[in-house]
Write a protein that binds this ligand. Structure first.
Ligand SMILES: Cc1cc2nc3c(=O)[nH]c(=O)nc-3n(C[C@H](O)[C@H](O)[C@H](O)COP(=O)(O)OP(=O)(O)OC[C@H]3O[C@@H](n4cnc5c(N)ncnc54)[C@H](O)[C@@H]3O)c2cc1C
Ligand SMILES: *[C@@H]1O[C@H](CO)[C@@H](O)[C@H](O)[C@H]1NC(C)=O
Ligand SMILES: *[C@@H]1O[C@H](CO)[C@@H](O)[C@H](O)[C@H]1NC(C)=O
Ligand SMILES: *[C@@H]1O[C@H](CO)[C@@H](O)[C@H](O)[C@H]1NC(C)=O
Ligand SMILES: *[C@@H]1O[C@H](CO)[C@@H](O)[C@H](O)[C@H]1NC(C)=O
Ligand SMILES: *[C@@H]1O[C@H](CO)[C@@H](O)[C@H](O)[C@H]1NC(C)=O
Length: 534
């Protein structure tokens, strides 16, 4: 008798003495709760750091080695891998009940790793809900719609749609391994956006698990909630299980081209001209520019700039030649630059898999084994040729900073959709968006810090050339340098980055947040803070 009491006291002392054991208790309670709500077979749905498979699940969709190898980032206490909607509901209900936070992960492409790690102090232990098993796609070819689950990738979506009807497509991003859940809920821009808008513009219904574990569709959640998850970043509002989307038409044959010009070949004048005509080009013509500093192969030690005009035309080569002659003759585009193909093959073309079988799009394995950092800007006024030369000089001087500036053309329907239609506010008045993207192979902290700090310098340097008040940014190119929530997720702190991502829509997002998740259960360092209506 005395012995059992002693053991009981001892074990009580032991378990309450360390913070980890109280966390373990929360995890155990979570698991019991989850099992009760799902079924006994659901043991394969939860991975703890001690169980086999935890690391391979965690690694499976990490795109950025910066977070794969980071010693400071906190990993999920548990990873849940739902195979049914009810599992997502149980994950939310049970984690809330036991004081744990959740983070949803669809494709794992978050630029700051926010779907699978947390940085810094004060961040509570969290459970990662990995949706990669929820990836069914149901295409209704007659209605021209599809229901797609959040864990599907863009490649799977494009492939499945084209398999039903090769002249049907969807307007979203170019990288096939990006996940639908994060991408659609943050906007989603790609080669068809000047004609058909963002992915989020074509979302017509959604199923979302809210903070109370309810599964809501558009009708149940109401228009404010539905508005918020189409561009406001769903991570602040719940877990999206699926989206219903409106499909778009593409011709049976499209034409892709990639024309490269260096400084000697007139890159500066061409980029200058593109800025003025790009946004007004035919909606069927998409011309993006990827700018990079290169070693001049003709002059040892000298540097140059390479501007790649990477393009898609929704039509045949013959028509494209006429369009280019009319609108951009300076580029010197010729028939031999044309690559005719199906729309699905053009997805491969833009993701660097030109000529490979389209089945590649179903492959979820990550494409790049790199670390990277990215930032974004919007340009409202064309940069002068002198300005462009200043920018080139800055890039050429940085010999060991292999950044690419991706200039994404706006205009077309992007200028016609109202700034408040969905939370993505960057519409009329924007000539183009710049994404600065810096890849590197090393994984040591010193190299990482060197690149991160140069990226901040580049961002400072670009100030005079880009949008002001606010200096806008794209939430799908998440950038923690723009600011973070404090412990209490205050509206005033959040406003710093919130206005950049969402302009006047930030306030409405904060009101919606207060309505649907006033206690800030769904949170990360850049989630929308709740704001009470006065
Ligand atoms: C190689 C690469 C190419 C890219 N190309 C483009 C492009 O062409 N166009 C473009 O617009 N963007 C592009 N992006 C950016 C991309 O759109 C964003 O990173 C997007 O958020 C990724 O979604 P995900 O589901 O893959 O990411 P995740 O890392 O899974 O999620 C991103 C964020 O959304 C949250 N989230 C994810 N799923 C859900 C869900 N079901 N419910 C609620 N919240 C969720 C996460 O918690 C996280 O905060 C690219 C990114 C990479 C790495
Ligand atoms: C996960 O990634 C880390 C870092 O690359 C590596 O050390 C580990 O072996 C990986 N684990 C699995 C199972 O892939
Ligand atoms: C295929 O898609 C096109 C464009 O979306 C549409 O006009 C056509 O009717 C579709 N064909 C079939 C057989 O569904
Ligand atoms: C460019 O030249 C430098 C030497 O000046 C060299 O270190 C670097 O690797 C070269 N870069 C490329 C892409 O060839
Ligand atoms: C290299 O650059 C310098 C300075 O811009 C220039 O004077 C020189 O002519 C260049 N060399 C060649 C071979 O182009
Ligand atoms: C998927 O892609 C990876 C890397 O590109 C490759 O190693 C793997 O074999 C591919 N899997 C299939 C089934 O094609």
């Amino acid at each position: 008798m005395a012995l059992t009491i002693l053991i009981a006291i001892l074990s009580l002392l032991l378990t309450s003495s360390s913070p980890t054991s109280s966390l373990n208790r929360a995890h155990e309670s979570f698991m019991r709760c989850f099992h009760d709500r799902t079924s006994s077979t659901s043991s394969q749905l939860i991975y703890t750091p001690k169980t086999a498979g935890y690391n391979s699940i965690l690694n499976s969709s990490i795109q950025n080695n910066r977070f794969l190898f980071s010693p400071t980032s906190k990993k999920p206490a548990l990873i849940v891998t739902p195979t049914a909607e009810s599992h997502v509901q149980a994950a939310v209900i049970c984690s809330r009940k036991h004081g744990l936070h959740v983070r949803a992960r669809s494709g794992g492409h978050d630029y700051e790793g926010m779907s699978y790690i947390s940085e810094g102090r004060g961040d509570d232990q969290f459970i990662a809900v990995d949706l990669s098993n929820l990836r069914s796609i149901a295409v209704d070819a007659e209605q021209g719609t599809a229901w797609v689950q959040a864990g599907a990738t863009l490649g799977e979506l494009y492939y499945t749609i084209a398999a039903k009807n090769r002249t049907t497509a969807f307007s979203a991003g170019t990288c096939p391994t990006v996940g639908v859940g994060g991408h659609f809920s943050g906007g989603g821009i790609g080669v068809l956006s000047r004609k058909y808008g963002l992915a989020a513009d074509s979302v017509v219904d959604a199923k979302v698990v809210d903070v109370n574990g309810r599964l809501l569709n558009r009708e149940c959640m109401g228009e404010d909630y539905f508005w918020a998850v189409r561009g406001g970043g769903a991570a602040s509002f719940g877990i999206v299980v699926s989206f219903k989307i409106k499909l778009v038409a593409v011709p049976p044959i499209v034409t892709a081209f990639n024309v490269i010009r260096t400084l000697k070949e007139g890159a500066t004048e061409l980029v200058g001209k593109w800025q003025r005509i790009g946004p007004n080009l035919d909606e069927d013509l998409y011309v993006r520019i990827d700018v990079q500093a290169i070693n001049d192969s003709n002059a040892k030690g000298n540097r140059s700039i390479e501007a790649a005009f990477s393009s898609l035309y929704l039509g045949r080569c013959k028509e494209l030649i006429a369009v280019m002659e009319r609108s951009f003759p300076e580029l010197g585009f010729e028939a031999k630059d044309c690559n005719e193909m199906s729309w699905l093959e053009s997805v491969l073309y833009f993701s660097g898999y030109s000529g490979k079988p389209t089945e590649m799009l179903m492959n979820r394995t990550r494409q790049f084994d790199i670390s990277f950092k990215a930032k974004s800007d919007f340009v409202e006024e064309a940069v002068s040729e002198e300005g462009l030369e200043e920018i080139w000089r800055f890039l050429m001087e940085a010999r060991d900073q292999p950044v690419t500036l991706i200039m994404e053309p706006f205009g077309g329907i992007m200028s016609e959709i109202s700034e408040s239609a969905i939370p993505f506010p960057h519409r009329k008045g924007n000539l183009y968006m710049i994404q600065y993207i810096m890849p590197w192979l090393e994984t040591d902290l010193k190299t990482t810090e060197r690149h991160l700090s140069w990226m901040r310098k580049l961002y400072d340097f670009m100030t005079p050339y880009v949008s002001k008040n606010p200096r806008a940014a794209y939430v799908n190119y998440k950038d923690i340098d723009l600011g973070m929530n404090d412990e209490h997720a205050s509206y005033s702190k959040g406003r710093v980055w919130g206005l950049k991502y969402f302009k006047n829509n930030f306030k409405r997002l904060s009101y919606v947040k207060n309505k649907v998740d006033p206690d800030n259960f769904f949170k990360n360092k850049q989630s929308i803070p709740p704001l009470r209506l006065l």
